[in-house]
Design a protein around this ligand. Structure first.
Ligand SMILES: *Cc1c(COP(=O)(O)O)cnc(C)c1O
Length: 904
């Protein structure tokens, strides 16, 4: 049996490329400036660029290879690596590198063919390369074949060979992106070639998709792996050529390979004339390294199954919407003449323009004019989520429904090639399609562990039923924390690389200051290595021993530093925050009556400042309302007390104000954030949350130069220089860019609405979750999930472990275990007994989270079988980190080890 399609991506997102989403007026201007030819649009002008060539996502290992090029002219180490990998994956021994397929075709034709010859082939798109050289391609495809439409018509091939004496037979795996051939047919062609003393040359640029097709549809081959089939296909030919920018997911590059040393010699003698030297062939060393690694990765079974399932899903959705298309190996090829019969000769261009106008999706009309009227909508390999693909399909379907309004284009400049055509047009009044999906493409991905249930049962036993002690290598989807786990953007990486290091004032620091002033409106900017470092300094500067620090609930590190500085924490959050069933919208609010009571009892002098957290973490990511911010600030002005924000999740709070406070519906998150910050005097921030970075923090004051000077003195002692806070310029530069990206409305909406959807799926199935859904996490109420357990049997700890065993997902306990024991040795037994599912920024897709929800719902359905835990090792402090447990014997009807096993 072929590997089943995984229910979610077998990888997570490592780096993202943000998408611009130009508005309708901008798109119309762009189209006019592009002469109504979408070839002239740049990626920054498009929402989704539906082309696969050189646009795929790479793994982090492949990207790392990019930095290993030795860029030698002769005898490059990278060439040796690539040659070895080609031999291993594709079976051919002698490799001739080229700069891409065109380089390979150039060498091949120069070595073997002459102008005036006729070449039998199953591919038609290659006419573009052969016709200008005077070589005619003969169509020998078997047009009667319904499944393997790229198969050769063997009888016709035999006739053509007899009549034409062609230079060789040109074959293509998944010809033209639409026509796969079978292994049996390929082998028959090989046999025929041998009989006639001809070479069979196979283009394997899309060999993986062809191998998948064979695995699915060719009798007797379903058991073979993609890697096996790829090699069998490649070995069927005398010579192969490959474009590095297709299956191998490099951005350029290519090669010819053969087992025949004499042919190899002819290739490499031509290479020096046309391409480079025989050990680099017109490629940078890094490209060879990327191809070498890509060749291995492209055969990775689950990735292939995932990518092909995406193509199936995309074409199926379009078909259901009635859109006329041919299914391709990498997407849907729209039949423009049927889609827009009124658009005449240039239907494909008219369709591409209308699609861009209505949605910002760009499709390209490739190659020579007059070949066919297909408009390919290719999926950049592994770079898009299913949510995005569904929406692109819906944008096409929405256009299909108003196809009669789409005008024909008027040709203004003619050419043999589509890319050079110019058109004129008028804009029809077409309804727009609005995207509501992740506003980024996947640039780099990181493979994740796909484990069996047995492996997970072993892993949780070894981890003592504590998800903190699991190895991340055993975790598929890590929902432990959103701290420092973000996927950085390509712009952040670019800034990171470009930053010049210095222990003095870096440009990155100045850029960070500018970004913070622009975003928060605060003057004094002190970078720190993390949030807790800023908290330490703030507490020491602002708190006199014995003073009270009122706060809306508390955060662990914040409270510890307040106490170290001699302060006494006083909880002033509204009562609703402590009730997991209350649906009050603004559970982060401060209860001003509680503040009044503190002042009455102790006097205003006794209050150090108000510690005001936004999107309160320990309450479940619950927001503060703008009215509350305003009222608390007004109250503090009366009493001469400062307001210090924990602004770690201020952007998330700002979004919830935009969403739930009608007065702010059409205010940008950036402007809301500016207004929030007006109602305070300073802030600490853990950059590892809102700022979209992996390390960093901030201490900032609105206008008090005295606090800033005193804080700087401490910064020098505790953290690093006053202008770096112990961070390298590179991290400061990435942080500055992250601050700009965090206030993008589309980004923050996509982030928070993902938690809302996850909570919704769980709620629909009856799973008890904390209401309302917070910003950064979904909390499952373990007390209501496992009501048959006593709280001292640690229901949340057990549920967190069971979620891991069931799904490979790692959550965190937030309940009795986290709270610890009182002085009398008894557990605290807190009101909230929760399992936290925390969402990293830009890392997981809806498919990952749907799998999380489905797994938890399966547990919910057999919740009665789940027993409790007892400690086998219990540290005195912060026991949740290192504590180890075992199931209470007889505490459940069935031990997990005895359950039927299956993959998640
Ligand atoms: C994470 C966090 C902190 C601590 O920041 P670090 O960067 O981990 O030191 C402080 N406050 C809140 C609300 C946090 O979520």
């Amino acid at each position: 049996m072929a590997t089943p399609v995984p229910v979610h991506e077998p990888h997570k997102v490592k780096t993202v490329r943000p998408i611009a989403f130009p508005g309708i007026e901008e798109r119309k201007r762009n189209l006019a400036a592009a002469h109504f030819n979408t070839f002239n649009l740049t990626p920054r002008q498009v929402a989704f660029d539906m082309v696969s060539y050189g646009c795929g996502a790479v793994t982090q290992e492949q990207l790392a290879g990019q930095l290993l090029g030795d860029e030698a002219y002769a005898g490059a180490r990278n060439f040796e690596t690539m040659n070895a990998q080609i031999t291993r994956v594709l079976g051919h021994t002698y490799v001739c590198p080229t700069h891409n397929t065109l380089g390979s075709v150039k060498i091949l034709l120069h070595a073997f063919a002459k102008s005036g010859q006729r070449l039998p082939s199953n591919a038609r798109a290659r006419i573009d390369l052969h016709a200008p050289r005077g070589i005619e391609l003969l169509d020998v495809r078997d047009h009667a074949e319904g499944v393997f439409t790229g198969n050769f018509d063997l009888a016709r091939l035999e006739t053509v060979i007899g009549e034409q004496r062609p230079p060789f037979i040109g074959a293509q795996a998944f010809a033209d992106g639409q026509h796969p051939l079978s292994l049996a047919n390929l082998r028959a062609v090989r046999e025929l070639a041998d009989r006639h003393g001809l070479r069979l040359v196979l283009d394997v640029s899309r060999v993986v998709e062809n191998a998948w097709y064979i695995q699915c549809y060719e009798p007797g081959l379903a058991d073979r792996t993609i890697a096996d089939l790829v090699k069998l296909i490649a070995k069927s030919a005398h010579a192969i050529m490959m474009d590095g920018a297709q299956d191998a997911r490099a951005n350029t590059g290519g090669f010819l390979a053969t087992d025949n040393p004499a042919d190899h010699e002819r290739f490499i003698n031509d290479i020096v004339v046309f391409e480079g030297l025989h050990t680099y062939g017109g490629m940078a060393g890094r490209t060879m390294e990327m191809i070498a690694r890509g060749l291995e990765l492209m055969c990775e079974e689950t990735s292939v199954q995932w990518a092909m399932a995406q193509t199936e899903r995309f074409t199926a959705r379009l078909r259901e919407g009635g859109v006329p298309l041919e299914r391709g190996c990498d997407g849907a090829y729209l039949q423009a003449d049927q889609f827009l019969p009124q658009a005449g000769a240039h239907a494909a261009h008219a369709l591409a323009c209308a699609l861009y106008q209505t949605s910002g999706v760009r499709a390209l009309v490739p190659g020579l004019v007059g070949r066919d009227s297909l408009l390919p909508l290719q999926i950049p390999r592994l770079a898009m989520t299913n949510r995005q693909l569904d929406q692109v399909a819906d944008a096409v379907i929405a256009l299909y429904r108003q196809r009669e309004q789409v005008p024909a284009l008027k040709l203004e400049r003619d050419s043999d090639w589509h890319d050079a055509l110019h058109f004129g047009s008028v804009f029809a009044d077409l309804a727009e399609y609005h995207f509501d999906c992740e506003p980024w493409l996947i640039h780099t991905l990181e493979p994740i562990a796909l484990t069996s249930r047995e492996q997970r049962e072993r892993a949780i036993r070894e981890a003592g039923w504590n998800t903190f002690l699991l190895r991340s290598a055993d975790v598929a989807i890590d929902l432990l924390t959103d701290s420092g786990t973000t996927a950085m953007s390509t712009a952040q990486w670019a800034a990171y690389d470009a930053a010049s290091p210095t222990p003095a004032t870096s440009d990155a620091y100045l850029d960070f200051v500018a970004a913070i002033r622009d975003t928060y409106g605060y003057d004094h900017v002190l970078p720190t290595h993390q949030g807790r470092a800023a908290e330490q300094i703030l507490s020491e500067v602002m708190i006199k021993p014995g003073q009270i620090v009122p706060g809306n609930m508390y955060f662990t590190t914040t409270k510890v530093h307040q106490e170290y500085a001699g302060g006494v924490f006083a909880d002033v959050i509204v009562d609703e925050a402590h009730d997991s069933t209350s649906t009050f919208r603004w559970k982060g609010n401060i209860d001003i009556a509680k503040l009044d009571a503190l002042v009455r009892e102790h006097g205003a002098d006794k209050i150090a400042y108000i510690s005001f957290e936004l999107s309160v973490n320990l309450a479940g990511g619950q927001p503060v309302s703008m009215d509350n911010l305003r009222e608390v600030y007004a109250w503090t002005r009366k009493h001469g007390i400062a307001v210090m924000f924990d602004a770690t999740r201020a952007v998330e709070n700002a979004y919830l104000i935009q969403k739930h406070d009608l007065r702010y519906r059409s205010t940008s998150v950036k402007d809301i954030l500016r207004e929030i910050m007006l109602y305070g005097d300073g802030a600490t921030v853990s950059g590892k949350k809102d700022f979209l970075i992996n390390i960093g923090g901030l201490l900032t004051y609105k206008d008090n130069a005295d606090w800033a000077r005193r804080s700087e003195a401490k910064l020098r002692i505790y953290e690093g220089g006053v202008r770096d806070g112990g961070l390298p310029a590179a991290d400061l530069a990435a942080m500055a860019q992250g601050v700009r990206e965090m206030v993008d409305d589309r980004y923050i909406r996509a982030r928070i609405e993902q938690s809302v959807r996850l909570a919704g799926w769980l709620r629909e199935a009856g799973v008890p979750v904390v209401e309302p859904t917070g910003t950064h996490a979904v909390f499952v109420d373990a007390r209501r999930f496992l009501p048959h357990l006593d709280q001292d049997e640690y229901p949340a700890q057990r549920l967190a472990s069971e979620i891991y065993v069931e799904t490979g997902v790692r959550p965190m306990e937030r309940g009795n275990v986290s709270s610890g024991r009182k002085a009398d040795g008894k557990n605290y037994r807190p009101a909230l007994e929760l399992v936290r599912l925390t969402l990293s920024r830009r890392v997981y897709t809806d498919d990952h989270l749907r799998a999380v929800a489905d797994g938890i719902i399966r547990l919910w359905q057999r919740r009665h079988e789940i027993g409790g835990l007892r400690f086998v090792y219990e540290p005195r402090d912060l026991r949740f980190f290192q504590g180890r447990f075992e199931p209470i014997p007889g505490g459940e009807q069935e031990q997990p080890g005895k359950r039927a096993s299956g993959a998640a």
